[in-house]
Design a protein around this ligand. Structure first.
Ligand code: PMP
Length: 974
């Protein structure tokens, strides 16, 4: 290559013209490897896959601009990595004459072993653990190549980020699209300005320089996520900035999540830094180098596409590379810098510290921005404030006071339900709630930088002041004296959730647009860049810094470890409203698992009933008070004859424990029938009939002789699946009953969920339950319907699951929904059975049926009936089921959709023939769903069924949001 003023000016690297036929000849003649040849994608070379009997190889025909020595550098790097790293790299295969680089006509050829794997590029979404594994692979590569020297290491290379400014300068003018050319130059200039002072301080070494998603090869791990297993394409090996190794990888990952560029780069960088520690300047160089890499790749790809119109690999890449450039360019570089510094443990930058000092100095001498606004009263707009209502932010203060919205708090009012992206909720300024038209002045001498609709940005000697919700009366460039008016408080914008106010924000560095709110995952970086402007206003309006306590650690320290929690790293849930849960950061989650909160979270009528009754009386249930008979009468009215009386308890376990006692004492028999894979509670007896290995892993070893599980009528993966399944399952049950009879024993009864909820919402085959109960009764047994999960209107088409199955039980147990989360359960039964049970003495539960419990129970029933929630369960449930069935048709992983109404199960399988349960995938899908704002969890024996049992108030729109996100996850990877 001739070195001119800009060595990249004449760059046009056509791939060498070698046909597959010629490639086969080269492989056979020079390397002694003969086999079928097919072309592989390449940016500027020609690569062929050679499939021979001795193995698979890649024949590489180098671009002619590369010297033999440069090719030797690549081979040396491959050899070195091959000996030092845990992942696969190609091995160099010597030619028949012993050389590793041979001439083939005018071209230079090499033969490498083929590395198996799927390019990371082919996975759409990259989960955080995947990003971290890419960062780790980058670090391993950099560590393995450190200390390598080679005569060609300082080669002049387009992909060397030290050369990025020249490359962009040379190639941008060649682009047919002038807008793109200008954009690339502008981004590169921005990067260059930051990089210039850092350059001399950046450590250099030989690096791979192209750890991109095409070159990282993966296998799917157990959970179905990509796991890097190999690294290929050593064509860009060069001595460059060490940190460029990580930058190439991070920039490439960014194309997979362009809506979270900082978070993506941060994840890769942190994993790299943990293994290959970076110095402070390298961390500061990451963001500008990401811009430089994105600009270089974007212009190079576009130019190459122009040069080689037929290279589809290059053409396809163009759009992606420009999207990546835009994603990186929208981030204020100072934000990237602070976020990466904080993540790598370096604290705020010198620039940020200097700016904070300047703000403090300014605050000492500044003039008021608003004329005597009144006594400032900081408002609490956080998720944790119980006086706020979701969707409303009442701002009420007494006469003479002025309400102030605090800096640095995550606000409930900006939480958005049913949205996949992370909402921006953290307030970066201070709000002063005051009347529209109130005059606003500048607190210190300054110059107007920008005036936009309803806001102005003013430079106050190094500190920027953003004043928003303002009708500005200043012009860009205008110089201002302290105290000079800049406008008036604007009227509230339509649909904005807060009343009129002035938003005042400080910023240490400018950016084309400063947001007033930040995403919580970038909170610390944003708050470093936009420090508390309170001192400029003379108000103390900083929200308390969220306590840095690890709740999960606390829980593990003080709560018995078997008391389980959802998720490996669960979100901290602070409040609930209808079908949504909210974490402390104002992230809303659609709650698809809470069959407890049937009438919705924080139902106002339930809250009112409980607090009213708590203020009046709560006592043990031996006293006489109105709520107990009222509630028992309401429950009795819900069940068919001969069920007519209720025992009131506190939970499902207690209800089932009592039910077991009831059937045993009234029949005089201890033996009990249940279904395999069921769960009925944690108490001693209920746990023994809980045969679900997921819930009770020791069950088989400890099963007492009085427990007789029957095969669960699972027509999807159970032993009997066809039309005659009901008869075959009945025959199984009969065998168990006959076995008992053979030993001169009989069963007190059967305890079962009439629709198998714990198993994932399985509906037994038609007629099965009715005939089974007949069999049991014929032998003197009773039937306990466990309606704890599936009853109470959830199935939509009926109030009880036993109705769906056409049987009337002898005992019905309820809980969960009964109190909408308040501890409340009941056993509903026949009067004769209750009386018989009472012969041995009275029965009593202190809090079961207490005044508060019964008041809550009544309020829940009122809400279910008054809001027609059973009908909603039917309508939304049917819609949801239809949509899930459509999903099952097009997404491989979905094996079946079980259930009815709002008790559904989405069963995930690895193979539709073998029905191998996709257990790990189900957990990973749930993790990804949570990131997208949906809480859903696995259930079933193999924990491979998504349990879908939301509050009955769920809307069709929320149900659609759930299915859309599930579809997205199954399409995009997880
Ligand atoms: N029965 C069934 C079917 C259940 O699902 C559960 C709880 N998962 C229980 C009983 C026990 O209820 P609780 O947790 O209220 O004790």
């Amino acid at each position: 290559m001739t070195v001119s003023a800009n060595p990249f000016a004449g760059l046009a690297l056509n791939s060498p013209a070698v046909s597959p036929v010629r490639a086969r000849e080269i492989a056979a003649d020079l390397f002694g490897v003969d086999g079928a040849v097919s072309e592989l994608p390449s940016h500027q070379e020609r690569n062929f896959l050679v499939d021979s009997t001795s193995g698979r190889y890649v024949l590489k025909i180098a671009n002619r601009v590369f010297s033999a020595q440069e090719l030797d550098l690549q081979n040396t790097a491959m050899d070195r990595l091959g000996a030092r790293v845990a992942f696969d790299v190609p091995r160099v295969v010597a030619a028949l004459d012993g050389r590793t680089v041979v001439e083939a006509g005018d071209d230079q050829a090499r033969l490498l072993t083929y590395v198996e794997g799927r390019p990371l590029q082919s996975f759409s979404h990259l989960a955080a653990p995947v990003l971290r594994s890419v960062g780790a692979l980058g670090a391993e590569t950099a560590l393995a190549l450190a200390g390598l020297d080679h005569p060609a290491a300082d080669r002049l290379l387009q992909w060397d980020l030290q050369r990025a400014p020249e490359v962009v300068a040379a190639l941008a003018p060649q682009l047919a699209d002038a807008n793109r050319a200008a954009r690339a130059k502008e981004v590169m200039a921005r990067a260059q300005q930051i990089l210039e002072p850092l350059r001399p301080k950046l450590p250099t070494q030989v690096i791979h320089a192209d750890i991109c998603d095409w070159n990282v090869l993966c296998a799917r791990d157990r959970s179905g996520r990509p796991s890097p297993t190999g690294l290929i394409d050593f064509g860009d090996v060069v001595r460059s900035y060490r940190v460029a190794e990580l930058v190439a990888a991070a920039t490439s990952c960014l194309s997979h999540s362009p809506d979270a560029p900082v978070q993506t780069v941060r994840e890769v960088a942190l994993a790299f830094h943990e293994r290959c520690p970076l110095v402070e300047w390298e961390v500061e160089a990451i963001w500008p180098l990401v811009l430089a890499r994105a600009a270089t790749v974007a212009v190079s790809t576009a130019q190459q596409a122009q040069v080689e119109a037929a290279n589809t690999y290059v053409a396809d890449a163009v759009a992606t590379e420009w999207q990546t450039l835009e994603a990186a360019a929208t981030v204020p570089p100072a934000l990237g810098r602070e976020a990466l510094r904080l993540a790598c443990g370096f604290g705020p930058s010198a620039a940020a510290r200097k700016g904070a000092d300047a703000l403090r100095r300014l605050a000492r001498t500044c003039e008021p921005m608003l004329a005597s606004p009144g006594r400032p009263v900081p408002l609490d707009l956080t998720v944790q404030n119980p006086d706020l209502r979701v969707g409303h932010a009442p701002v009420q203060v007494t006469e003479g006071d002025v309400a102030v919205g605090r800096w640095g708090e995550a606000r409930l009012v900006h939480a958005v339900p049913d949205r996949a992206g992370e909402p921006a909720t953290v307030h970066l300024g201070v709000d002063v709630f005051t009347a529209p038209g109130t005059a606003v002045s500048v607190p210190a001498d300054g110059r107007v930088l920008r005036v936009d609709e309803r806001e102005a940005t003013i430079d106050l000697a190094g500190v920027l002041l953003r004043v928003a919700k303002l009708d500005p009366s200043v012009l860009p460039g205008q110089r201002l004296r302290a105290g000079e008016q800049i406008g008036v408080v604007a009227a509230a914008a339509q649909h904005y959730p807060l009343p009129p106010h002035l938003h005042v924000q400080a910023a240490l560095e400018d950016s084309p647009s400063l947001p007033g709110l930040a995403q919580p995952t970038l909170r610390r970086a944003w708050l470093t860049l936009c420090p508390d402007p309170g001192p400029l206003l003379g108000v103390d309006a900083a929200a308390p810094t969220p306590e840095d306590i690890d709740l999960l650690e606390q829980r593990h320290a003080h709560v018995a470890s078997p008391q389980a929690h959802y998720y490996e790293r669960p979100p901290v849930i602070e409040r609930g409203w209808r079908q949504h849960l909210y974490d402390g950061d104002g992230r809303a989650y659609l709650d698809m698992v809470n069959n407890v909160a049937v009438v919705g979270h924080s139902h106002p009528a339930v809250t009112r009933a409980a607090s009213r009754q708590l203020r009046l009386l709560n006592t043990n249930s031996r006293f006489l008070y109105g709520a107990m008979p009222a509630f028992a009468r309401r429950l009795a009215a819900l069940v068919p004859e001969p069920l007519e009386v209720a025992f009131l308890v506190n939970s499902g376990s207690e209800a089932n424990e009592l039910a077991l006692r009831l059937i045993r004492e009234t029949t005089g028999t201890r033996d009990v029938l249940c279904f395999e894979g069921s769960y009925h509670g944690w108490t001693a007896a209920t746990f023994e009939v809980s045969t679900s290995l997921a819930e009770n892993p020791t069950e088989r070893a400890t099963r007492p002789p009085w427990v007789h599980p029957l095969p669960a009528p699972n027509t999807f993966r159970g032993p009997h699946r066809g039309d005659d399944a009901a008869a075959l399952y009945l025959a199984d049950a009969e065998r168990v009953l006959d076995g008992l009879a053979g030993e001169a024993r009989s069963a007190a009864g059967l305890i079962a969920e009439p629709i198998l909820g714990v198993q994932g919402g399985l509906v037994p085959p038609a007629g099965f339950t009715r005939r089974l109960v007949e069999l049991v009764r014929a032998r003197g047994g009773l039937f306990v319907a466990d309606e704890v999960q599936v009853g109470f209107g959830r199935l939509g088409h009926c109030f009880w699951a036993f109705e769906h199955q056409g049987v009337v039980p002898d005992v019905v147990t309820i809980a969960k929904a009964t109190g909408n989360g308040f501890p409340l359960g009941a056993v509903l039964t026949r009067r004769d059975l209750a009386n018989e049970f009472g012969r041995s003495g009275s029965w009593f539960s202190s809090a079961g049926g207490s005044p508060v419990s019964c008041a809550v129970g009544l309020a829940v029933l009122d809400a279910i009936e008054g809001e027609r929630l059973q009908e909603n369960a039917r309508d939304v449930g049917d819609h949801l089921r239809r949509r899930l069935l459509q999903l099952a048709e097009c997404r491989e992983l979905v094996g079946a959709v079980h259930g009815l109404g709002l008790y559904l199960g989405v069963e995930l399988v690895r193979d539709r023939e073998t029905l191998e349960p996709a257990t790990e995938e189900t957990y990973a899908v749930c993790e990804r769903m949570r990131e997208l704002g949906v809480v859903v969890q696995p259930t079933g024996e193999h924990e491979n069924i998504l349990k879908v049992k939301p509050p009955l108030v769920i809307t069709r729109a929320s149900a659609d949001f759930f299915v859309d996100q599930l579809d997205r996850v199954l399409t995009e990877d997880w």
